[in-house]
Write a protein that binds this ligand. Structure first.
Ligand SMILES: C[S@@+](CC[C@H](N)C(=O)[O-])C[C@H]1O[C@@H](n2cnc3c(N)ncnc32)[C@H](O)[C@@H]1O
Length: 232
């Protein structure tokens, strides 16, 4: 899909799921304010919303999240599964702070958390992952590691998102993002991004649609360095 088509697809999802999205943004804003001091959110507004919308549209049975920190992305992912009425999230992190942050009614029976270094937990990766979300160690070495060891466990073609890639116009040298972007380029895979710096036209158009729909962010942050792509 060309960038214009992918932008049209994402804007279409904003329109299709706008009332549910407005409710989740409000839920997440309330959660963030209530958890101030014990929960530091990481995902910015557009990338969190796009993640929610992709999960709504794909209706994945199995989602894997690598890197929960305090649970901001976890609660976005779980909200999409709750609103779908189906699907299970398997989250991985070295630290277990997230288990004290995720509301019990959101975790319900749809969440599994695995604590420990991902490198030691490959055996806990679920079979048949339908969506992979990565926001963990942003160093080059970790990127090299998961391209070699984690990606081969994933089915080809699934949607993947990787955070912290386009903080600026390009991925930082010696970063996880640089490694992943060049790996994708070698395979002819195009990425989608709503990064303010890397993809300003996409950023502007999505914001235009959001304004039209009355969608205000749960945080008010605008960097959106995440990349979205389908696994080759
Ligand atoms: C940027 S934070 C995640 C933020 C979260 N996704 C959010 O939206 O708030 C990165 C997380 O990755 C975890 N992490 C880093 N390296 C890891 C590894 N090798 N295995 C498991 N977790 C790791 C860290 O403990 C940290 O909680």
């Amino acid at each position: 899909m060309e960038e214009q088509d992918r932008l049209g697809y994402v804007c279409g999802l904003y329109r299709k799921y706008s009332s549910d999205l407005v409710a989740v943004v409000e839920q997440q804003r309330t959660f963030r304010i209530a958890a101030r001091g014990r929960m530091t959110p990481q995902l910015d507004d557009l990338e969190a919303e796009i993640t929610y919308l992709l999960l709504r549209d794909r209706r994945p049975a199995t989602v894997m999240e690598l890197g929960t920190f305090h649970g901001w992305s976890t609660t976005w992912l779980l909200s999409a599964l709750r609103d779908n009425g189906t699907g299970r999230l398997h989250s991985f992190d070295k630290i277990d702070n997230v288990v004290r942050q995720v509301p019990a009614d959101l975790a319900a029976d749809r969440w599994t958390f695995v604590q420990g270094d991902m490198k030691a937990n490959l055996a806990a990766v679920p079979a048949d992952v339908d969506y992979l979300f990565v926001d963990a160690d942003h160093g080059q070495r970790f990127g090299d590691w998961y391209l070699e060891h984690l990606f081969p466990l994933m089915p080809a073609g699934i949607p993947v998102s990787v955070h912290d890639v386009f903080r600026g116009r390009r991925a930082r040298i010696w970063s996880e993002g640089a490694v992943v972007v060049s790996w994708l380029q070698e395979r002819g895979v195009r990425v989608f991004s709503a990064s303010r710096k890397n993809s300003p036209a996409v950023f502007a158009e999505i914001n235009r649609v959001r304004a039209e729909l009355g969608i205000e962010g749960a945080r008010g942050t605008t960097r959106n360095p995440m990349i979205f792509f389908n696994l080759p």
